[in-house]
Design a protein around this ligand. Structure first.
Ligand code: ATP
Length: 349
């Protein structure tokens, strides 16, 4: 059953439609990410839920209650924004206590809640420190503790990890997921980082120009994108412009490719193919032959840019510790037809 329900949520800033009839439901305890590029309307959506922006249209219901006209402080939300600073003159424990004092929670109850929450975010040993004496990751944990201690009905996170360096960010992603699951709190995260959305979420809502373009589990969104935008935004993808002709795919250069079963599309399409689905094979097994234009070592894998009659294809291969074809090499490529995703060709895609 829907716990958070956004129905046709819309926000216009003058002529700009920042959020356009956006509908989404989130179940209790679920972790959902709003994923999309800068300017697609993610933050505006979150700000409307938080009560900081007034919707132009549509409704927001939380646990059956319509939030229209409910002031931000009465919505019972925990919020961690990238720029939501801690109070510098208060210790960690005092920072976490603040929200409870505002809610007139008794001293003894306060103490036990603060202890429990600091324990949850693994900061009990630093409760007497001041924010300036903490690392970036520790500060984000305090911000999280401060949001969680009030036992919010909903946790809103806006790019909470984006100020952290890459390694710490990855560690904090795992931590954030653990904390969210232990607390059992329904969570909506805003991010433009596809890896973060995939690592953390039960479901991803992909946004593009104020619209919801796909809503799926991370696995489904990656494996079965329903549109070119999602396919391209979530991970790397080769988008091969084709048309469907008598059950086969014909590229713009006239190359015929086997279509995946049940291809019913008509007219121009994009055949999307993940770089990791393309394999190097012997010449007689090749679907296409190309020349390595660029070879990039990424540690756990190699990334190749291969010039082919289909255009430039990205190919990734796991690093097996052996040498790989160098720039200028001829390579023979193959893939299985069912790994192609047939997508509508969109303007601007
Ligand atoms: P980012 O990841 O860069 O924060 P976003 O997806 O969160 O982007 P929003 O901040 O929601 O995007 O902005 C969506 C659109 O609305 C943008 O075109 C932005 O310029 C516009 N916008 C946002 N806030 C305002 C405002 N207060 N006044 C006018 N336009 C605004």
């Amino acid at each position: 059953m829907a716990y958070l329900e956004l129905d046709s949520l819309t926000k216009a800033f003058g002529q700009t439609l920042a959020v356009d009839h956006f509908s989404l439901t989130v179940a209790r305890g679920e972790f959902v990410s709003l994923l999309g590029p800068s300017g697609c309307g993610k933050t505006t959506t979150l700000q409307m839920i938080a009560g900081f922006e007034e919707p132009t249209g549509g409704t927001i219901r939380l646990n059956g209650r319509d939030l229209a006209g409910v002031p931000a402080r009465e919505r019972g939300l925990g919020i961690v924004f990238q720029t939501y600073a801690l109070f510098p003159h208060m210790t960690v424990a005092e920072n976490v206590s603040f929200g409870l004092e505002m809610r007139s929670i008794r001293r003894r109850e306060r103490k036990s809640r603060i202890e429990r929450t600091l324990d949850l975010v693994h900061l009990s040993h630093l409760s007497a420190r001041y924010p300036r004496q903490l690392s970036g990751g520790q500060r984000q944990r305090v911000a999280l503790a401060r949001a969680l201690v009030i036992e919010p009905d909903l946790l809103l996170l806006d790019e909470p990890l984006s100020n952290l360096d890459a390694k710490l960010r990855e560690e904090m992603q795992l931590e954030l997921r653990r904390i969210q699951q232990e607390a059992g709190v329904t969570t909506l995260l805003v991010t433009h980082d596809q890896n973060e959305a995939m690592a953390l979420s039960d479901r991803i809502a992909v946004m593009h120009m104020g619209h919801l373009v796909q809503e799926a589990t991370p696995f489904d969104a990656y494996e079965n994108p329903t549109n070119a935008f999602t396919s391209n935004f979530l991970g790397k993808s080769n988008a091969i412009p084709c048309r469907v002709d008598h059950g086969a795919l014909v590229t713009e250069g006239g190359v015929r490719l086997e279509a995946p079963a049940a291809t019913r599309a008509d007219g121009p399409i994009l055949a999307a193919l993940r770089p990791e689905r393309i394999v190097f094979v012997e010449p007689e097994e090749a679907q296409i032959t190309g020349t390595v234009m660029e070879r990039i070592f990424l540690g756990d894998q190699w990334l190749f840019k291969v010039a082919t009659p289909l255009g430039e294809l990205l190919v990734t291969r796991r690093n097996s510790g052996h040498s790989e074809p160098d720039t200028g090499s001829t390579v023979h490529l193959a893939w299985q037809a069912e790994h192609l995703r047939v997508l509508a060709r969109e303007a601007g895609a």
